[in-house]
Write a protein that binds this ligand. Structure first.
Ligand SMILES: C[S@@+](CC[C@H](N)C(=O)[O-])C[C@H]1O[C@@H](n2cnc3c(N)ncnc32)[C@H](O)[C@@H]1O
Length: 390
């Protein structure tokens, strides 16, 4: 990830530069170390850069929580900030790489886009963890009347498929670079025909990271229309049995199981197992009833919350665990003009949300964008409001 190593410098130059800076918006110092954050606005995006001083060199780098998707934006911001501050660069890895495909295609959707989105096709299907995208691209070509939403957490795979969408002139795939386990909550009820989960990572040692879980089953049944199917394909017999157990844990379910069924398209991953003559299992779970509409009216504003003197001293230092969620104020930064920037982890234990919260004497907001609108994040948000409002 892009960073610069610069000669140690007196960070008061940042405060002086902020006034006339073209892109720096704030400077906040950690309350517990020498680390600092610099707020940046560049090409319509707002994000943070981190300063980590050391005796020999200061590291100026990206901040994981607010990182923009386009790496080149980060590199440009690092270069511009170091230029504005007149820093002495010792080493750098921020050469721009203009040929790299970006995630800027109209077929790339951010999770927030789904808060208010119009689906361009009458039918919708979802593929979880599409990897090389072979199955996703095949399905999209075969069913031009269906929108295929492909979810993939591995960014280079998402980029590759976006490139293919462009090359093959496909208009019925949306790529979402996000965790599928959270994503389904963003979809309206009864909208899907199929949810494909092909060769999910088995996570035998960390089962809490598996895609298939009771809550994923619940959400799948909500977003599938009556007659729609959740389709799992796996080469792992452990995962197969685990999934069957999960699917049969609900009071009423219709499940179909197949072994070594040949599909019309074979992914690279599947081809490898076939060469090794491994068994492959399909489990289809049918949705047998319509679900009630889901209301996404979760309000992540902080309303009356604002900074009051010494608030930072009263905030809990350790993670607080509640029924089904947690809240942890991990780090606190403060600006010269008494604004707090709190790095906070919260929400579900398996899929925590990480956000900064910016408080000043008149207002409070998530910096730079609100959390994903899931029920568990909302519970955590209400608790955060309570904790900040002491
Ligand atoms: C073993 S590969 C299978 C890829 C593809 N389905 C195939 O059959 O070749 C699993 C893929 O799922 C993706 N993945 C894992 N967990 C995910 C999650 N929670 N949400 C979205 N994608 C995920 C991984 O990045 C990886 O590309």
């Amino acid at each position: 990830m892009p960073h610069l190593k610069v000669k140690p410098f007196d960070s008061t130059v940042i405060a002086q530069s902020l006034v006339k800076s073209k892109m720096m918006t704030l400077q906040a110092k950690s309350l517990t170390s020498d680390d600092e954050l610099i707020g940046v606005e560049h090409s319509g995006e707002e994000f943070l850069l981190q300063l980590k001083p050391d005796n020999k060199a200061t590291l100026l780098k990206y901040d994981k929580v607010t990182r923009p998707l386009k790496v080149n934006l980060l590199k440009e911001a690092l270069a511009a900030v170091s230029d504005e501050l007149g820093l002495d660069i010792l080493s750098s890895n921020i050469a721009l790489s203009p040929t790299k495909p970006t995630l800027s295609s109209e077929y790339f959707k951010k999770i927030e886009d789904f808060e208010n989105i119009t689906f361009p096709k009458a039918k919708v299907s979802v593929e979880v963890g599409f990897g090389s995208g072979r199955h996703l691209l095949y399905q999209a070509e075969k069913h031009p009347d269906t929108l295929f939403i492909g979810l993939e957490i591995h960014t280079p795979s998402a980029q590759q498929v976006l490139k293919q969408i462009e090359l093959q002139n496909i208009d019925n795939i949306w790529v979402v670079n996000y965790d599928a386990r959270l994503f389904l909550e963003m979809l309206p009820s009864n909208i899907c025909e199929q949810i494909f989960v092909h060769f999910p990572v088995p996570w035998d040692k960390k089962p809490h990271r598996r895609v298939i879980s009771p809550s994923f089953l619940d959400e799948s049944m909500r977003v599938l229309g009556k007659g729609g199917r959740l389709e799992l394909r796996t080469d792992s017999d452990k995962y197969f049995w685990y999934s069957l157990e999960t699917f049969f844990s609900v009071p009423k379910v219709e499940v179909e199981v197949r072994k070594n069924e040949a599909l019309e398209v074979t992914s690279k991953y599947e081809a490898r197992w076939k060469r090794q003559e491994k068994d492959i299992y399909d489990v289809y779970v049918k949705c047998t009833e319509q679900s009630p509409e889901k209301k996404l009216a979760l309000d992540f504003n902080f309303n009356i919350v604002k900074y009051r003197n010494n608030l930072e001293k009263d905030l809990p230092k350790k993670a607080l665990v509640f029924d089904g969620y947690f809240v942890h104020f991990e780090r606190i930064f403060k600006t010269e003009d008494e604004r707090l920037l709190i790095k906070c982890a919260f929400g579900s234990f398996d899929r925590p949300e990480h956000k900064y919260i910016l408080l000043d004497k008149t207002s409070c907001r998530y910096f730079v964008s609100p959390p994903v609108k899931t029920a568990v994040n909302y519970e955590a948000h209400k608790k955060i409001m309570e904790l900040l409002n002491v």
